[in-house]
Design a protein around this ligand. Structure first.
Ligand code: HEC
Length: 696
């Protein structure tokens, strides 16, 4: 009796204590470590598999495993979107490109910025809760094709995962910003970098890499989310065939290559698009371009060069190959197929199909059966002249006769930045349309037979012979950006809205609306059905990242990260000034004011007499184009300075900057092992001569 009573009492106490703990947890102040721990630790496979049950949150890069970026929230809709105002903005104090899609759970936001720095923020206040800086060595910038950006983080069971520019994958505790574990995912002696967002599928963190422009071999690795142990690795292109193949898939792929491609890297880096079909257990990988770009050089004598520019399905448990579809066989134009992959269930010709969709760089929009890889339709979503169409019988593009620029320089569309790049598209199951931030643009390709592989720099073998670009070529380069609404069932455009530039931002869609920022700093909403612009807000600095939406304490918010940059943004700008990296959050009747604008220093053109000979200047130009031009554009200039407007004393000490690396802390890499003192003097003379030309 006593024991019984005692037990009863203990049970009662226990129940009371747990109730107390539970209610404490529940009442932990929003934004406190306990609150963050409690809401982020609930993000598990169950929750990620059922996004319809968490419409208020944005838990993974593309919103869900299907990566459709369609939010069912509809408090902000066509009838009130014109009342959207700023709720708050926060300055990140950065000055390079921000491409990130933030993640949000119960109002706690996680996002990545330049140099792979991770921020946790409270969306209720806009306050930064913690910052995690992985301390990427700034010299890493020398390996980077396209700015020191990072597109996002992953969230799983109380932890945040980030891939760093120098090739690490790091697990961070969501509540504190403290590191749990870190693994090196790449051979750091090579030009590998990571800019893409990790994904978590089935308890594994999936991460790819970049570097196919600089001579590496691509692959995707899955790590155990708990401890960072490698589970599987899928190479996207074959290695040295004299060594054992890693898999049957690599053995098959090697049959489609010629020459000694593995010495040049091969390429195929998977740096952006992934998706996951949980029912099939398939991870979909979008693969990159060839390295070098020019197939004549990479695989002399031809071949499809699998699995370049492909969508590849692999088993989530083992990384084993399931099927592939190659968008650009024998890739030779930098036509990556890493662009975002979207899964959807749509009716095509009277049949319900489970599809995977992509608008890769090559200009065709592909709809495939995601179980079998069968091609369902493929039509151009922008101006294309490398192929006339895709043959639906063979699934292969029909190339135009001169598209491979073997004998002549050829003006080919799309350009290497693609009809569509990493700027996310979105699929709206209500309008049944895909919204693609796209562009029309061509590029003059040339066959560099004198190409020599240099593991330290760009390896395209497709640059034209210097200055052979004619005025007609320049005129032929139509350059414009546009937002396109695409009907994937019919394979055709439904509406278009001309953009501000060829480097506008990624999109978000809700039932009635599409949101997109542009290079001029305008953040706009369009009617999803018609493309009519219904709202705009001037954020005063170019936008490249896609917006997100979420609900906190009963109110719907829209957030967009602004930080002009990326491959084109570090090079050119479209606004008067470039503002620091900022997070802007909107709500209905938001009344916050725009932050004060930072004025750029007035610039004066360099005025130093050219003392070098014309051949020195020409040599300087050659070196500049090879080593410096990807960051420093002397015609315009974006986030990285146009050197013809630098101070004379700065260009006067160019040798210390370029060879000794005194500006490495600012992100200007040292070229000490690549150029001689004379080379630097020639570059200096070239900069003076370009400035002098502008004076005239
Ligand atoms: C990966 C990108 C990158 C490359 C490639 C690059 N730079 Fe830089 N450079 C930078 C950055 C970033 C800065 C610092 C900008 C700042 O002050 O915020 C910089 C600054 C400079 C400056 C100082 C400019 C000023 O007005 O303060 C000079 C001079 C310069 N670079 C020369 C060169 C030369 C010459 C090359 C080629 C040999 C080169 N850079 C290649 C990124 C690059």
């Amino acid at each position: 009796m006593e024991t019984y009573f005692f037990m009863k009492k203990t049970t009662l106490y226990l129940a009371l204590i747990s109730l107390l703990i539970f209610s404490c947890k529940k009442d932990a102040p929003k934004g406190s470590a306990e609150h963050i721990e409690s809401v982020t630790s609930q993000v598990d496979d169950q929750k990620l598999s059922n996004p319809q049950d968490s419409p208020n949150d944005w838990m993974s890069y593309g919103l869900n495993y299907s990566e459709d970026r369609f939010s069912p929230l509809e408090q902000i809709n066509q009838s009130n979107v014109n009342q959207l105002g700023l709720a708050w903005s926060t300055d990140l104090g950065t000055n390079r490109g921000i491409e990130a899609t933030p993640l949000v759970v119960d109002g706690i936001m996680f996002l990545s910025g330049p140099w792979s720095v991770v921020y946790a923020m409270d969306t209720r206040t806009g306050k930064i809760l913690w910052t995690y800086d992985p301390q990427v060595p700034k010299q890493t910038a020398i390996k980077v094709c396209c700015d020191v950006v990072n597109r996002g983080v992953a969230m799983y069971k109380g932890n945040i995962f980030v891939g760093t520019l120098d090739g690490r994958l790091i697990s961070i505790k969501a509540s504190t910003g403290k590191e749990n574990w870190s693994v090196i995912t790449v051979d750091t002696s090579k030009a590998y970098t990571i800019t893409g967002a990790p994904r978590v599928y089935d308890g594994k963190v999936i991460i790819g890499n970049s570097g196919a422009d600089l001579g590496v071999r691509g692959y995707v690795t899955a790590y155990n989310a708990e401890d960072g142990k490698e589970v599987w690795r899928f190479y996207t292109v074959p290695g040295d065939p004299s060594k054992p193949f890693e898999s049957k898939a690599m053995e098959n792929a090697a049959k489609t290559w010629k020459g000694e491609w593995w010495k040049l890297g091969g390429g195929g880096t998977a740096w952006d698009g992934f998706a996951y079909d949980k029912d099939l257990g398939y991870v979909y990988i979008g693969t990159g371009n060839g390295s070098p770009w020019n197939r004549e050089v990479r695989s002399p004598g031809g071949g499809d060069n699998l699995y370049l520019s492909s969508i590849v399905a692999v088993d989530v448990k083992t990384g084993e190959y399931k099927w592939h579809y190659q968008t650009t066989p024998g890739e030779t134009w930098d036509y990556t197929a890493v662009q975002q992959l979207i899964l959807a269930d749509i009716n095509i010709a009277g049949k319900d199909r489970k599809v995977i969709m992509q608008a890769p760089k090559n200009g065709f929009f592909y709809v495939l059966d995601r179980q079998s890889g069968e091609l369902l339709n493929a039509n151009p979503y922008t101006y294309v002249n490398w192929a006339t169409h895709v043959d639906m019988k063979t699934g292969r593009p029909v190339e135009t006769p001169f598209s491979r620029y073997e004998k002549f320089n050829m003006q080919i569309a799309p350009s290497p930045i693609g009809g569509h790049n990493w700027q996310a598209m979105a699929y709206n199951p209500v309008t049944k349309l895909v919204y693609i931030p796209s562009r029309e643009m061509s590029y003059l390709y040339g066959n560099r037979k004198d190409f020599k592989y240099d593991p330290k720099t760009w390896n395209t073998a497709s640059e034209i012979d210097e200055k052979k670009e004619t005025k007609e070529d320049k005129k032929a380069q139509k350059v414009l950006g546009r937002l396109i609404a695409w009907d994937p069932a019919l394979g055709k455009e439904v509406w278009r809205s001309e953009g501000a530039s060829f480097w506008d931002a990624g999109v978000l869609t809700t039932k009635e609306l599409v949101f997109q920022g542009n290079a001029m700093g305008m953040f706009s909403a369009y009617e999803a059905k018609t493309g009519k612009k219904v709202w705009s807000y001037d954020l005063k600095s170019g936008i490249v990242a896609p917006p997100i939406t979420y609900m906190v304490d009963g109110e719907q918010y829209i957030t967009v990260a602004v930080g002009w940059g990326g491959v084109m943004g570090q090079y050119a700008k479209f606004t008067e000034s470039i503002q620091p990296g900022r997070i802007f959050t909107f709500k209905i009747n938001g009344k916050a004011k725009m932050p004060a604008l930072i004025q750029e220093e007035k610039k004066t053109l360099l005025d130093v007499p050219v003392t070098g000979s014309p051949s020195q200047v020409a040599h300087g130009q050659q070196l500049f184009m090879k080593l410096c031009d990807a960051c420093h554009n002397l015609a315009g200039g974006g986030t990285i300075p146009n050197l013809t407007y630098s101070k004379p004393e700065i260009i006067g000490m160019i040798e210390d900057i370029v060879k000794k690396g005194i500006f490495v802390p600012k992100g200007m890499p040292s070229f000490g092992d690549r150029v001689s003192s004379q080379d630097v003097k020639d570059i200096q003379q070239y900069i003076y001569s370009e400035a002098a030309k502008k004076k005239k």
